[in-house]
Design a protein around this ligand. Structure first.
Ligand SMILES: Nc1nc2c(c(=O)[nH]1)N[C@H]1C(S)=C(S)[C@@H](COP(=O)(O)OP(=O)(O)OC[C@H]3O[C@@H](n4cnc5c(=O)[nH]c(N)nc54)[C@H](O)[C@@H]3O)O[C@H]1N2
Ligand SMILES: Nc1nc2c(c(=O)[nH]1)N[C@H]1C(S)=C(S)[C@@H](COP(=O)(O)OP(=O)(O)OC[C@H]3O[C@@H](n4cnc5c(=O)[nH]c(N)nc54)[C@H](O)[C@@H]3O)O[C@H]1N2
Ligand code: SF4
Ligand SMILES: [Mo]
Length: 729
């Protein structure tokens, strides 16, 4: 008998009586795991499991997916619509009609007084695709503001922009099955085991069957880097230099796939000329990777029968985000690694439905990858919706990162936030706060009443969450899957779909455009709009029934397609969506424009995520079994650097940047180099008080990953007290 345990009862895991398993898809990351929710005799949700028959996750789920059903009754959920005259005053409960009427009137009032674009709408990557399509109809077709964007500008904008520049269209060309075929896998700024745990598991499964080199480019020794064969701890913001140096080696040693280049690309001579300036000998001093390693990696990549690259925020969230994506595409194009099994340029998407918003929300254009800039596209959509095409603007309006400065400058007076929490997630929080204070009217539509941004709202719409509603997601590998409605909406919350439909009734064009009552009817409209010769984004062969039967279908999947499988890869035929069908090789020149560590602010500040939390913690902060792993704002710091400053493990310190300060607890770890700290961005009043967020010139995505800070010790008792008091959850 174990000492001290003789009187303890053994742990008992209560048997859960599941009567029925209900089909749905995870609503956190873009992996797209299929979840079965277990419901008992009384229709109570008792447990969840990964769907064994789903190709994406093959029975697996990560901690967030396993515990997702705890969301339905989590604290802080919005129960009734709320209203007030001035932000920070007490809210009053109101009816849906009053909340919607007041908002519609305010929108019209602001537009009449200051112009149509003085009211902005900012949405998300976390709604269902049918909701995105409906929101697009409402904003583009009825409200008619051009200042309409989503938090995907903080997330996937650089990938979208890079894909468009290289291939002529958005749309990740690869899929998870590529892991089974590749001979070399290179990850740029992507920490799969924590951020896409089930994609990582698919990779690991492939590696167990057949060994191939795993190369990880990340300034931090992430969990993925720990499993890598070669880890390249790159100097922040310099991936373009590394890739140029790799291409220098490949081209000068004749390792490129010249047949592929000649047949399917344009611009090779320009690339060849540019990379002459990036000899590994000089490049090593910029990117921090020694010349031999650069040569070694370049040769491994180019000599592999097939090689693939993935990337996430280490590339996208940079002043060279869009260029970084183009350069990864360049690397794959010159080695003939696009559209073949195991050879691809696969951006790992962030949010569960960041793809759905790109495809159908009309944020940056019109539905189905159509562009506002093309008159024939405006005409087509206006005709289908039954409105005058003159109603549409002729080019895209401001992105989220330009909307906030426009509010600060008084150009935008009203804002509607749908499923996003910019007060915590945008860089340079003090300026965002100031922008909020400038607004004449703010509507917040969120699952949680206690979301930070709601402090500034005049009207709050309580939204239903996840499986309280029905509709689709598209995942990283273009797979469309279904969230089925498992339980009724919480309290008097309403599905976002319903809210948009009701709002449309209050606008003139809302009477002309059809707003279907059921999500599946909206899906049918999207199917219709996706049909067309040569379209990659074609979902015309899909139906909810077929999606469930297949456990998710990849697009393109055309009307009349046999079987239940869409196309696994794009561009297999070497034909791209550019005017002459050739992919663009785009020379990427590096210039250094980041805030760098200096005498006054000697540390790089890096930020990102941990496995147990999702974004601003509105959800995972409420789920005990997620939150308990990291309930406190903290930072990773190198022990040698801490030693220099006399800073102890688990003590509190103050970080100061040129923008502001934040107090965090120190976790000493070798994961970060001596001149860098890393903070998970999940906490309010924390890392984004410090970040600078310079914007990428093409995508307008902020460089969240690069700025500089200094570190000081603080009074421990005071910090501990403030930390406990300021914890929202
Ligand atoms: N658990 C969990 N999973 C999530 C999310 C979550 O909040 N929690 N969010 C989802 C979303 S929306 C997103 S966008 C993804 C993000 O997924 P990831 O991008 O994988 O996650 P991050 O931690 O933001 O950043 C990845 C890495 O970029 C590295 N990095 C920083 N600077 C550079 C650089 O200059 N070059 C290179 N090569 N790397 C650099 C960082 O050190 C970090 O390890 O995760 C998705 N999955
Ligand atoms: N420093 C730093 N900052 C970053 C990043 C970083 O790496 N470092 N990453 C950036 C990235 S990649 C991203 S994607 C953003 C994310 O930034 P945000 O989008 O601001 O963060 P979330 O916490 O996901 O906010 C989503 C909100 O939607 C609500 N919600 C969830 N489901 C629904 C629904 O069905 N309907 C409605 N109406 N509401 C819903 C949630 O409760 C939550 O409040 O953060 C960015 N900020
Ligand atoms: S890996 Fe992503 S999609 Fe899968 S269960 Fe985890 S959070 Fe959900
Ligand atoms: Mo993201």
């Amino acid at each position: 008998m174990l000492f001290g345990r003789k009187n303890r009862k053994p742990i008992v895991i209560p048997a859960k009586q599941v009567k029925e398993w209900k089909y749905t898809t995870c609503n956190y990351c873009s992996t797209g795991c299929v979840i079965e929710i277990g419901v008992d005799e009384d229709k109570k949700i008792v447990t969840s499991r990964g769907h064994a028959g789903a190709d994406v996750n093959r029975g697996k789920l990560c901690i967030k997916g396993l515990l997702e059903h705890d969301l339905f009754n989590s604290p802080g959920r919005g129960t009734e619509p709320l209203i007030r005259k001035k932000h920070y005053e007490a809210f009053e409960k109101t009816t849906w009609d009053t909340a919607l009427d007041t908002s519609a009137e305010k929108i019209k009032e602001i537009q009449a007084k200051y112009g149509r674009d003085a009211f902005a709408v900012v949405s998300t990557g976390q709604l269902l695709t049918e909701e995105f399509y409906t929101l697009g109809k409402l904003v583009r077709g009825c409200i008619g503001t051009n200042n309409y964007d989503g938090n995907t500008t903080l997330c996937m904008a650089s990938a979208v922009s890079g894909y468009k520049r290289s291939f002529g269209s958005d749309g990740p060309p690869g899929c998870y099955d590529d892991f089974e075929h590749t001979h070399c896998f290179m990850a740029f700024g992507s920490n799969l085991p924590e951020q896409h745990p089930v994609i990582y598991w698919r990779l690991k499964e492939a590696l167990e069957k057949r060994k191939f080199p795993l190369i990880v480019v990340d300034p931090r020794v992430t969990m993925l880097a720990q499993f890598a064969d070669i880890h390249l701890p790159i100097t922040p913001g310099t991936d373009c230099v590394l890739i140029n140096a790799m291409m220098h080696v490949i081209i000068n040693e004749g390792l490129q796939d010249q047949d592929y280049i000649d047949a399917n690309t344009q611009g090779f001579d320009e690339i060849k000329a540019l990379v002459q300036d990036y000899d590994p000998k000089s490049a090593q001093h910029v990117c921090g990777i020694d010349e031999d390693t650069i040569r070694n990696v370049a040769r491994i990549y180019a000599n592999a029968p097939s090689a693939m690259s993935i990337w996430t925020m280490g590339i996208n969230q940079s002043t060279h985000g869009s260029d970084g994506v183009c350069n990864i595409n360049n690397l794959n194009l010159i080695t003939g690694n696009i559209g073949k099994p195991g050879g691809t340029s696969l951006s790992i998407t962030g949010q569960c439905n960041a793809m759905g918003t790109r495809e159908w929300s009309s944020c940056s254009g019109l539905p189905g990858y159509r562009a506002l800039e093309k008159p024939e596209h405006r005409e087509e959509i206006a005709n289908f919706w039954g409105i005058d095409s003159e109603f549409f603007p002729e080019k895209r309006g401001l992105t989220q990162t330009d909307i906030f400065p426009a509010i600060e400058a008084g150009l935008i007076k009203g804002l509607w936030l749908v499923a996003t929490n910019p007060l915590t997630s945008m860089p340079n929080q003090a300026r965002i706060r100031k922008a909020f204070e400038n607004l004449e009217f703010l509507v917040v539509q969120d699952v949680y009443e206690d979301v930070e941004t709601n402090k500034y709202s005049h009207v709050y719409f309580p939204a239903s969450v996840w499986a309280e509603k029905e509709g689709c997601h598209t995942n990283t590998e273009r797979r469309v899957n279904l969230i089925s409605n498992v339980i009724p909406p919480y309290a008097n919350s309403k599905p976002d779909f319903w809210i948009f439909n009701e709002m449309a009734k209050r606008f003139e064009n809302g009477k002309k455009i059809k707003f279907p009552e059921q999500p599946e009817e909206a899906f049918n409209e999207m199917k219709h709009l996706s049909k067309g010769a040569g379209r990659t984004l074609d979902i015309s062969g899909m139906s909810y029934e077929k999606i469930i039967a297949a456990r998710g279908i990849q697009w393109p999947y055309r009307e009349g397609d046999e079987g239940l499988k869409g196309e696994a890869r794009l561009y297999g035929d070497g034909k791209f969506q550019t005017p002459n069908g050739k992919a663009n090789l785009i020379p990427v020149k590096f210039f250094n424009n980041n805030e760098q560590p200096c005498k006054e602010y000697p540390f790089w500040l890096n930020s990102g995520r941990v496995v147990e939390h999702f974004h601003t913690r509105t959800r995972t902060g409420k789920i005990g079994n997620c939150n308990k792993f990291s309930p406190t704002p903290y930072m990773e710091m190198n022990p040698d650097a801490a030693n220099d400053l006399g800073i102890a493990h688990q003590s509190y310190v103050r970080l100061t940047s040129r923008r502001g300060d934040a107090v965090v607890m120190v976790q000493l770890t070798q994961r970060v180099p001596r001149n860098m700290v890393f903070i998970p961005f999940h906490f309010h009043d924390c890392v984004n008080r410090l970040t600078l967020g310079l914007l990428d010139p093409y995508s307008r995505q902020p460089a969240f990953k690069q700025c500089s800070v200094r570190i000081e010790q603080v009074d421990q008792e005071e910090a501990a007290r403030t930390n406990v008091e300021s914890r929202t959850y």
